[in-house]
Write a protein that binds this ligand. Structure first.
Ligand code: B16
Ligand code: MG
Length: 219
């Protein structure tokens, strides 16, 4: 396989906003009278805001009418926005910027594929709003990961073939989205959690383009 395109999830791959999502969902759980631990939070990662709240309410075994759910999502997002408002370049995850810049220098097309509706604000905070050749986020898609829509649209915008492209993901739902779209997948995080990915590393500083090319050439 000759690699054509690289598609990056945002929260947990480019920057550490995943921890702020967790804190805001946990605060909402506490507000509703139950707790959300870090293991339960793994089931929320990568899902859209709406699917995340459905998963959270299931964990707490509570249910609400539609209007109340909208209100709770807005409350969580207001807490989340408060937590992320001071993000800057120092919130980029180790190796992310160097890896992407080096990929671009080597002629690879790069896209962002995030479920977040806050992605464009975060890219601005991180000062990387012009880094990607294409940006697809939660405002552009109707289907949440593990549906591959976000990555398929990214590949289409880059003009690359999914089967010759690699998705970088920190969430199990995102790894599944990549595989469902026929992409190769590099998991960013723990091997145990992301075992379906083709390779797993802790962050983008732990892998080079040469190593990727070598690995996927055999694929
Ligand atoms: P928002 P990613 C995802 O971003 C997060 O992983 C997920 O936890 C969050 O619920 C989702 O964005 C929606 O975020 O509430 O900001 O629209 O990992 O796909 O970059
Ligand atoms: Mg993520």
């Amino acid at each position: 396989m000759k690699i054509e395109g690289l598609l990056f999830d945002m929260d947990g791959v480019i920057c550490d906003s995943a921890k702020y999502h967790y804190l805001a969902w946990k605060k909402l759980a506490n507000h509703l009278g139950f707790d959300l631990d870090i293991h339960q939070n793994e089931h929320l990662k990568g899902l859209s805001r709406r699917e995340s709240i459905d998963a959270l309410l299931k964990i707490g075994d509570v249910s609400f009418l539609e209007d109340k759910i909208e209100e709770l999502m807005a409350l969580k997002n207001s807490w989340y926005l408060e937590l992320i408002k001071n993000m800057d370049e120092s919130d980029l995850l180790p190796g992310a910027l160097d890896f992407i810049n080096s990929a671009k220098k080597n002629g690879f097309k790069v896209a962002l594929g995030s479920s977040s509706k806050n992605a464009s604000a975060i890219l601005k905070y991180l000062n990387i709003e012009n880094l990607f050749d294409a940006v697809v986020d939660g405002t552009h898609v109707t289907n949440s990961k593990p549906h591959p829509e976000v990555f398929l649209l990214g590949a289409k915008m880059l003009g690359v073939n999914p089967k010759n492209s690699i998705v970088f993901e920190d969430a199990t739902s995102g790894v599944e989205a990549a595989l469902n779209g026929n992409f190769k997948c590099v998991g960013i995080g723990k091997k145990g959690t992301l075992h379906k990915a083709d390779i797993v590393v802790n962050n983008l500083g732990e892998i080079t383009l040469n190593q990727l090319e070598e690995f996927f050439q055999k694929a």
